[in-house]
Design a protein around this ligand. Structure first.
Ligand code: NAD
Ligand code: TYD
Length: 358
C-alpha cells in the first residue's frame, strides 16, 4: 500500500512524512515543487529508505500527477502543497492563486480521473485529504466563540482567500462527483523544521543572532498554537476514520497573543541559552508596522474531532514550545541550510536588515 503526499518537503508535510514512516511501513510518494519553502534536508534521514520516493514536481502539472497516480496507484492522497505565508501573499498574490487554486483544481481533476478507474475495495477505501487552515473563517473578536466547522467563510488575506477557494473546490468535487474527500482546517502550527519566516522560528533565530524581534502593531493579535506532531496525529486519525465529505477543525487549545508568544520564547532562551551579557532576550523586542488587514484573533473549537475520532492535542503550549526551542538550539546545521539567498532578499525587503534572520 502507498499514499501520495504533496508538499512533503515543507514544514507540516515534512513532519507528517517523518512521523508516518516512523510508525508505519506503508510507502509514501512525496511530490513537492521545492519552492523556497521546500527543503529536502528535512527528509535527509530518509535518503536511503525505499519506503520514501521523492518526486520534484508541481500539483498544477496534470501529466505529472496522472503519471504518479497510474504508476503507484496510491490508496490515498494527502495534499499539503501550498503557498502558505500571509505576508508573501500580500507582497505578491499570483503564486497563491496558481498553486492554492489552479494547482488544487488540477490535482482534483487528476484524482477524479484516477478514482474513476478504481473498483471494488480500492475504490471504497480511496481518500483525498485536503489540509487547510482556520484563516478561511476570518477574524474573531475577543468575546466570539471559537471557529466551529459551521462557521461562515470570511477570508481576509490573499492567502486565506486562496485556501478558501481550494476548500470550496474540494467540497464541490465531493458533492458533484462523489469524490471521497476529507478536509481539515487547523490553527497555527509550530515545531521542528519550520521555515524562519513565521513568527516562532523567526523569533528564536533572530534572538540567537542578536537581532530585533519584530512584533507587528500592538502584538495583541491572538493565534491558537498547535504543536505540529499533534497535527500530524490528527491527520492520521482523519485519514483512517474520518467521515467522507466532512471537515474537521484541529486546534491546540492554546490561545496566546503574539506578545505572549515572543516573551515565552525569550524566557525559554534566557533559561536554556542565556545571552552573554546575562540580559533578557526580551530587550530585543521591537514593535514594527502592522500587517495590512491583519486578522485580530483565530481560535478553534476542536470538539468534533475529539468526539468523533478521539483526538486531542498531547502537548500544552508550554511543553511544545520548550521542545521547539530545544530543537532549534540542537539543529544549527538545518538552520544554516535554510538560510538561502532568496529568503535573505525577501526578509531584507520585508523588515530591512533589522529583521533579517539570515
Ligand atoms: P510550507 O510553506 O512550509 O510548505 C509548503 C510545501 O509545498 C513546500 O515544500 C513547497 O515546496 C510545496 N509546494 C508549494 N507549491 C507547490 C506546488 N505547486 N506543487 C507541489 N508542491 C508545492 O507550508 P506548511 O506550513 O507546511 O503548510 C502545509 C499546509 O498546511 C498548507 O496547505 C497550509 O495552507 C496548511 N496550513 C499551515 C499552517 C501553519 O501554521 N503552517 C496552518 C494551517 C494550515
Ligand atoms: P505567522 O507566523 O506569519 O502566521 P499567520 O499570519 O498565518 O498567523 O504570524 C503569526 C502572528 O505573528 C501574526 O499575527 C503575525 C505576527 N507576526 C509578527 O508580529 N512578527 C513577525 O515577524 C511575523 C512573521 C509575524
Amino acid at each position: 500500500m502507498t499514499i501520495l503526499v504533496t508538499g512533503g518537503a515543507g514544514f507540516i508535510g515534512g513532519n507528517f512524512v517523518l512521523d508516518w514512516l516512523a510508525q508505519s511501513d506503508e510507502a509514501i510518494i512525496n511530490l513537492d515543487k521545492l519552492t523556497y519553502a521546500g527543503n529536502r534536508q528535512t527528509l535527509a534521514s530518509l535518503r536511503d529508505d525505499p519506503r520514501h520516493v521523492f518526486v520534484q514536481g508541481d500539483i498544477a502539472d496534470r501529466a505529472c500527477i496522472d503519471r504518479l497516480l497510474v504508476e503507484h496507484s496510491p490508496r490515498a492522497v494527502v495534499n499539503f502543497a501550498a503557498e502558505s505565508h500571509v505576508d508573501r501573499s500580500i507582497d505578491g498574490p499570483a503564486p497563491f492563486i496558481q498553486t492554492n487554486v489552479v494547482g488544487v483544481f488540477t490535482l482534483l481533476e487528476a484524482v477524479r480521473a484516477f478514482y474513476g478507474t478504481l473498483s471494488g475495495s480500492p475504490r471504497e477505501q480511496f481518500r483525498f485529504l485536503h489540509v487547510s487552515t482556520d484563516e478561511v473563517y476570518g477574524s474573531l473578536s475577543p468575546s466570539d466563540a471559537p471557529f466551529a466547522e459551521s462557521h461562515p467563510y470570511q477570508p481576509n488575506s490573499p492567502y486565506s482567500a486562496s485556501k478558501a477557494a481550494s476548500d470550496h473546490l474540494i467540497r464541490a468535487w465531493h458533492h458533484t462527483y462523489d469524490l471521497p474527500v476529507l478536509t481539515t482546517n487547523c490553527s497555527n502550527n509550530y515545531g521542528p523544521y519550520h521555515f524562519p519566516e513565521k513568527l516562532i522560528p523567526l523569533t528564536i533565530l533572530n534572538a540567537l543572532a542578536g537581532k530585533d524581534l519584530p512584533v507587528y502593531g500592538d502584538g495583541q493579535q491572538v493565534r491558537d498554537w498547535l504543536y505540529v506532531k499533534d497535527h500530524c496525529h490528527a491527520l492520521r486519525r482523519v485519514l483512517q476514520d474520518g467521515r467522507v465529505g466532512q471537515t474537521y477543525n484541529v486546534g491546540g487549545n492554546s490561545e496566546r497573543t503574539n506578545l505572549q508568544v515572543v516573551h515565552a520564547i525569550c524566557a525559554l532562551l534566557d533559561d536554556m541559552h542565556p545571552r552573554a551579557d546575562s540580559q533578557s532576550y526580551a530587550r530585543q523586542i521591537t514593535h514594527v508596522q502592522d500587517r495590512p488587514g491583519h486578522d485580530r484573533r483565530y481560535a478553534i473549537d476542536a470538539a468534533k474531532i475529539a468526539r468523533e475520532l478521539g483526538w486531542s492535542p498531547a502537548e500544552t503550549f508550554d511543553s511544545g514550545l520548550r521542545q521547539t526551542v530545544r530543537w532549534y538550539l540542537d539543529h544549527a546545521d538545518w538552520v544554516q541550510g535554510v538560510v538561502s539567498g532568496d529568503y535573505r532578499q525577501w526578509v531584507a525587503r520585508q523588515y530591512g536588515s533589522a529583521g533579517d534572520a539570515a
